[in-house]
Design a binder for this molecule. Sequence first.
Ligand code: ADP
Ligand code: MG
Length: 237
Amino acid sequence: MQIRDIQPLNVIQLPIGKIRIQKKFSSKRNKVFLCSIRGKLNAENAILKQYVIGNPKREYEILKMLRKNGLNVPQPYFYNKKYAIMDYIPGVLLSDLVEADNMSWVEKIVDWFILFHSTMRREGTPFIKSDVNLRNFLFFNDEFYGIDFEDLSVGQPASDIGGLAAHILTNNPRFTQSKQKAVDMLIKHYCKINHDVLQSEVNKCLWRELVKIAARRPDERQEILGYCFFHQRKWTS
Ligand SMILES: Nc1ncnc2c1ncn2[C@@H]1O[C@H](COP(=O)(O)OP(=O)(O)O)[C@@H](O)[C@H]1O
Ligand SMILES: [Mg+2]
């Protein structure tokens, strides 16, 4: 069933119950809805994710494994070939926090990544999150929750932290003093806890991710590349 078929009705029937759609979230790739469920599972608020290209089973299994290891991620309830259903986390997106005067969020996102990377190491899978878009992290009850694990792939933890730093710096308004301070704190704090990762490695990844972001955003390209050029020696030596 196409989502345009279900939109006028706003209701779909799945084996776990009747799903009533309440709102659509802004999303990059997939279609993500806030919904309520009545049936085998009852929930006032849950998330229905309709996969456009991704694999619901893979994300369901990753969420289960991460929760088993104590990571803050939504509890998954159901998947089929097209949809997954999981807990709704009623938090604030990291994209809405990064310009706040209070920077206590920096240590909290580091806490989340430290546990995430050490879990991956322990599980024997050198996977990183890869998609470190700021809309993939929700702050709730004084802790971060990670969402959207479709892009999990083999890589170096430095790449997640450098990538996150690049997304913070290029979040509008870009390159503010408070964002530069937050990124500085983020990298120092992460490397202080995870001794396997050097600040110089993270800086290189930050630089690489900024160049990639510049390639994707023509309107911001000149400004982002200018910033990279200005910091080139510090980051890539
Ligand atoms: N479990 C959840 N709890 C609360 N909001 C969510 C949850 N999952 C997704 N969202 C919202 O939907 C948006 C898109 O979800 P995401 O899984 O990142 O989809 P995409 O793969 O399209 O990027 C998120 O940025 C967030 O606002
Ligand atoms: Mg996402």
